[in-house]
Design a protein around this ligand. Structure first.
Ligand code: KIV
Length: 312
């Protein structure tokens, strides 16, 4: 039977007017991998030899260094990315459409994300672990946001959380920070507001740039330790970065931010289909896994696997 095309669910068609493709679409160490704690080439910007902490990201900005962030949703990728020197791992609500098979990030729940977060946190020895608060888990009130943030730090073993939204959420950020929950702010295109924003659209063009600067300043004043910008013109992102003292992280926001983030399945070429303009694919895992599965199936069907060397 012909397989359905699950990846198509991750790819809303590009629309008009700047709309683009949706970007979202501790076990044993791998042989040959550096041990946890080994500084890697990738750690040059921000990471110390031990655990990456918020102040290391701050130092990176102060020194003009850069750091890398990737999503991770389970044990092995967390371990691999951690050992590769990725400074920040994000348990993104993009798990919704990259793990759970949803069409967008909206349906994923706190109870679905918490076990993924725990798995990543247990597997990564160096990276800073940041968890997304999913849609509906922080918008109602500052109290709701604090309660959800506490769950991610306590049950998910996260070290910080990320919430989407602009200056309106400054009081929420303040309450969370006062409760001891470090908060990364996410502005620009915020996928949880996809319907309110009219689809996947670049934010902060032209006169709208000032809105993003105001958002960033308000969120940082409230205590956000970092500001992530998604699908923002490079010059706007540079202006936001210049307006605030904390590190910025970009995804589709040009090259002036302190850090960059990508969804790992996009970065490594596991997801098929059309990629957003800002995605660079560094591998073709989809091809490699497909080839491995086909070869395995052929060997099973032909009787060459298992051979004597795999038999007792
Ligand atoms: O959920 C997510 O993956 C994100 C990104 C910034 C990549 O929020």
């Amino acid at each position: 039977m012909a397989p359905s095309n699950p990846e198509s669910r991750n790819h809303p068609e590009s629309g008009t007017n700047h709309e683009t493709t949706a970007p979202y679409g501790s076990g044993p160490s791998a042989a040959g991998a550096p041990s946890a704690g080994t500084p890697s080439a990738g750690a040059a910007g921000a990471a110390p030899s031990g655990r990456v902490r918020i102040h290391h990201l701050q130092q990176a900005k102060a020194k003009g260094a850069r750091f890398a962030m990737l999503t991770a949703y389970e044990q092995y990728t967390a371990e691999i990315f951690d050992q590769a020197g990725i400074e920040v791992l994000l348990i993104g609500d993009s798990a919704s459409n990259n793990v759970f098979g949803n069409e967008s990030s909206l349906p994923v729940t706190v109870d679905e994300l918490l076990p993924l977060c725990r798995a990543v946190a247990r597997s990564a020895k160096r990276a800073l672990i940041v968890a997304d608060l999913p849609f509906g888990s922080y918008e109602v009130s500052a109290e709701q946001a604090v309660a959800t943030g506490v769950r991610f730090l306590k049950e998910g073993l996260a070290q910080a959380v990320k919430i989407e939204g602009g200056a309106y959420y400054a009081p929420t950020v303040r309450a969370m920070v006062q409760a001891g929950i470090p908060v990364m702010a996410h502005i620009g295109f915020t996928p949880q507001s996809e319907h309110a924003l009219g689809g996947y659209r670049v934010q902060g063009r032209g006169d709208d740039a000032q809105r993003l600067i105001d958002d960033a300043v308000a969120l940082v004043d409230a205590g956000a330790f970092s500001v992530l910008m998604e699908m923002v013109p490079a010059d706007t992102a540079a202006a936001v970065d210049a307006a605030i003292k904390v590190p910025t992280i970009g995804i589709g926001a040009g090259n002036a931010t302190t850090g960059q983030v990508l969804v790992w399945q996009d970065m490594a070429g596991l997801r098929g289909g059309k990629m957003a303009k800002f995605v660079k694919q560094y591998a073709n895992l989809r091809g490699i896994l497909g080839d491995a599965a086909r070869t395995y199936a052929e060997e099973v069907r032909s009787g060459t696997f298992p051979g004597p060397e795999h038999s007792f």
